[in-house]
Design a protein around this ligand. Structure first.
Ligand code: PGA
Length: 249
């Protein structure tokens, strides 16, 4: 059955000393929880985070990667480089990558393939912009993003895919989708998966919600039947807030 997951996306925050300090704070907060816990520090801090958390129940994951194995791609990092330091999961398709770095569905499909070829798990992000919702186009947009980047995959690949619905208008804005809006979209996503891959796959994929999840709203959002956890930005930069969210399960 699907798992509950809470993943912290640190984005471009925290230098080495700050990363180490936040990790010690997180370790202090750790207790047995009903959710898998992950954090995504910046590339330069992944190795030290992996070393520091080797014995802890916190998985260190990457915020991005390139699709190629190696070569003339200045400034990029490959799946095998991540694997070589112990990173087994990568976030792909975050709206900031799409909007600020021009990542398209086609490029994301290549990254998805590369991650899977390297036996990595993927947290695949997608979500509509405010205007899509205002024009009642949000279901179409979300379906298109999933279809274009993931529907070429065989059913067997889905055991390594985690989905993260992140409405762009709710990211970093303090405005959250209501628990009902999240549930409605997550249910739609599961139906979309069911139509393509069947009910077993649809029911086994974890679908996270992301966009201004905070300690005061996590419980209500996570209580919805098709919401299996969260991808947390701002609140993941504080250990007490982050574990308040983890413990919302
Ligand atoms: P936020 O970010 O929690 O700060 O809204 C979520 C995300 O970007 O994944």
């Amino acid at each position: 059955m699907r798992k509950n997951i809470v993943a912290g996306n640190w984005k471009m925050n925290n230098d080495l000393a700050q990363t180490q300090a936040l990790i010690s704070d997180l370790v202090e907060q750790t207790q047995t929880s009903n959710a898998e816990v992950m954090i995504a520090p910046t590339f330069t801090n992944l190795y030290s985070a992996c070393e520091a958390l080797r014995e802890a129940n916190i998985e260190v994951i990457s915020q991005n990667m390139h699709f190629a194995k190696n070569g003339a791609y200045t400034g990029e990092i490959s799946a095998c480089m991540l694997k070589s330091i112990g990173v087994e999961t990568v976030i792909l398709g975050h709206s900031e990558r799409r909007a600020q770095f021009g990542e398209t569905d086609a490029l994301l499909a290549e990254k998805v393939n590369a991650a899977l070829e390297n036996n990595m798990r993927i947290i695949f992000c997608f979500g509509e912009e405010l205007n899509d919702r205002k024009t009642d186009n949000h279901f179409n947009v979300v379906k298109g993003q999933i279809k274009n980047a993931l529907f070429h995959l065989p059913e067997s690949a889905w055991k390594n895919i985690i989905l993260a619905y992140e409405p762009v208008w709710a990211i970093g804005t303090g405005e959250t989708a209501s628990p009902e809006q999240a549930q409605e979209m997550h249910k739609f996503i599961r139906e979309t998966l069911d139509n393509k891959y069947g009910v077993d796959t649809a029911n086994s994929v974890s679908i996270l919600y992301g966009g201004s999840v905070k300690p005061n709203n996590a419980k209500e959002i996570f209580s919805k039947p098709d919401v299996d956890g969260g991808l947390i930005g701002g609140a993941a930069l504080n250990a007490i807030d982050f574990y308040a969210i983890v413990n919302a399960f």
